[in-house]
Design a protein around this ligand. Structure first.
Ligand SMILES: Nc1ncnc2c1ncn2[C@@H]1O[C@H](COP(=O)(O)OP(=O)(O)OP(=O)(O)O)[C@@H](O)[C@H]1O
Ligand SMILES: [Mg+2]
Length: 281
């Protein structure tokens, strides 16, 4: 079932000369994990914001085409209505913090209060996400006293606690070390297993290769390609879009080691190992 449909989406920020999104179309099925990649300023964050209605409701500007979230047209529904279906984690976790709550616990509770989750269920959901993102030990701390990584985990936890059907994450691991990044991907993977649809803008290609079903490659506001990680990372012209393939793919490309019976290269360590072992035989 289609959970998300973007049809000929065009968008220009007010006072801007050029299109930030230029005729983008793609669809996402329920429970899919989609990565969005592309160089800086390609339009990843703008697209994420269009999926939750901040574009055009908050940013205004010139808008054309359609975004349908679970059948709901973003342009003709309020941000509040759309927020019941789709939650977003922002690129900079600082912008997400309310600034009015004195503890991490209250910060997470805030979103749940807003959507009317009963008290007993709220306690249970908060405990669950505090554990999931390993921030139990800082639950009584002021959000502004957290490290960048802890704040990022709190921002993700507060969205996940609301259990939206679709989650949009804009570079959710930018402040995290490798261990922290892996935890986020593991948590997102477990949401996917529960049938939640995931859209993630991210620069960590190894991780996307490992976890995504499909990847949307953006450049200059245009959708260059939308396909499996294998197909996207095997493109010969990938670097011309400011994107480096996973290191495993690069090694296999250099050796001309394609996956057996395909025209594509391995994208994960496991796939690369299998192909390289085959060559050594
Ligand atoms: N609030 C804004 N007002 C005007 N122009 C903006 C605004 N935010 C982004 N832009 C412009 O829109 C284009 C797309 O930017 P966007 O932030 O979506 O790119 P991005 O792919 O997320 O980049 P990054 O990898 O740096 O996060 C850029 O040209 C950028 O300068
Ligand atoms: Mg961005």
């Amino acid at each position: 079932m289609k959970k998300l449909a973007v049809e000929g989406l065009k968008y220009k920020y007010p006072q801007s000369e050029s299109l930030a999104l230029d005729n983008i179309s793609f669809t996402v099925n329920e429970g899919e994990f989609i990565g969005i990649i592309g160089r800086n300023s390609a339009g990843k964050s703008t697209l994420c914001q269009a999926l939750v209605g901040l574009v055009p409701h908050f940013y205004k500007g010139a808008y054309g085409g359609k975004v349908l979230v679970d059948g709901l047209e973003v342009k003709t529904h309020s941000i509040a209505d759309i927020a019941l279906k789709v939650g977003m984690v922002f690129q900079n976790p600082f912008t997400q913090v309310t600034g009015s709550k004195m503890s991490v616990y209250e910060e997470i509770a805030f979103g749940l209060e807003n959507i009317g989750v009963p008290r007993s269920e709220m306690v249970q959901r908060i405990d669950e996400v505090l554990k999931m993102f390993k921030i139990e030990h800082v639950k009584d701390h002021n959000p502004f006293d957290l490290s960048g990584g802890q704040m990022q985990r709190m921002a993700i936890a507060s969205i996940i606690a609301m259990r939206p059907e679709i989650i949009v994450l804009d570079e959710p691991t930018s402040q995290l070390d490798p261990g922290g990044s892996e935890e986020v991907f593991q948590a997102v993977q477990s949401l996917k297993k529960q049938g939640i649809t995931i859209i993630m803008a991210e620069h960590k290609m190894e991780k996307l290769a490992q976890y995504c079903d499909r990847i949307l490659l953006l450049d200059n506001g245009k959708a260059v390609d939308y396909d499996t990680p294998e197909k996207i990372f095997s493109r010969d012209d990938l670097e011309s879009y400011g994107v480096a393939a996973p290191v495993y793919t690069k090694v296999c490309k250099a050796l001309g080691a394609k996956k057996q019976g395909t025209n594509t290269y391995p994208v994960t360590l496991e796939e690369a190992e299998a192909v390289l072992k085959e060559i050594r035989r």
